[in-house]
Design a protein around this ligand. Structure first.
Ligand code: SF4
Length: 211
């Protein structure tokens, strides 16, 4: 059984119809998206929400204040996200980068160039870079995460990050809105179905999608 390219667009419509609009990424500013994308590595989103809330209360959701903040304070505020020493230090590093390189200028770069810039920052891997490009800069760069990888595996498609990213991007119109919504829908579907082991009700393993 394997998924065909055209099926990925069909799956998007199935998920959208089932789950409705997701309104991602939940953030008030582009820098908050960056912070959230860094913090969400290897932890639940509910922990990220707590950390973001704490950073906001301390006025640290701006590159200037975050870069200047005491590292011990940042560690305390992001402790709930795990790997807090590493994450605090990386957040300070990213904040310093955006002071030196104003966000508007960086985010006006073409998507591929911006992606490479983000990947050059400490602690930014493929998923974090794509999340920043897609949800903070609003440029087309499909995000692959563990949920996406699991769903694709169920559909008979395996491969590394870049292979799956390329498969989605070659199957979909180049549309920031669709990329943003699709990733959010995959996360929501995974929580509601995959995570709850509702495989017998799976909407994505229909015979007309897979062959
Ligand atoms: S619901 Fe089950 S079968 Fe369907 S994609 Fe998720 S893990 Fe795979």
């Amino acid at each position: 059984m394997s998924v065909r390219n055209k099926d990925l667009l069909q799956i998007y419509h199935i998920l959208r119809e089932e789950l409705g609009p997701q309104y991602w990424w939940p953030a008030e500013t582009a820098f908050e998206v960056v912070v959230g994308a860094m913090l969400t590595q290897q932890t639940k989103w509910s922990n990220v929400e707590k950390a973001i809330c704490a950073l906001r209360e301390h006025g640290l959701l701006e590159p200037g204040t975050l870069a200047e903040a005491d590292i011990a304070l940042i560690e305390k505020l992001v402790r709930c996200c795990g790997f807090y020493c590493q994450k605090a230090s990386r957040l300070k590093g990213v904040a310093a980068y955006f002071i030196e390189h104003p966000m508007d200028a960086v985010f006006s770069l073409p998507a591929d160039t911006l992606r490479q810039r983000m990947l050059s920052l400490k602690g930014v891997g493929n998923e974090t870079a794509d999340s920043i490009v897609l949800y903070a800069a609003h440029k087309p760069s499909f995000v692959i995460d563990a949920y996406t990888t699991r769903i694709m595996k169920c559909m008979g498609v395996e491969g590394d990050y870049m292979r799956l990213k390329s498969l989605f991007e070659s199957s979909l119109p180049v549309d920031v809105g669709i990329y943003q919504e699709y990733h959010a829908l995959i996360v929501e579907y995974s929580k509601r179905f995959c995570g709850k082991k509702r495989c017998d009700e799976c909407l994505l393993l229909r015979q007309d999608l897979c062959e």
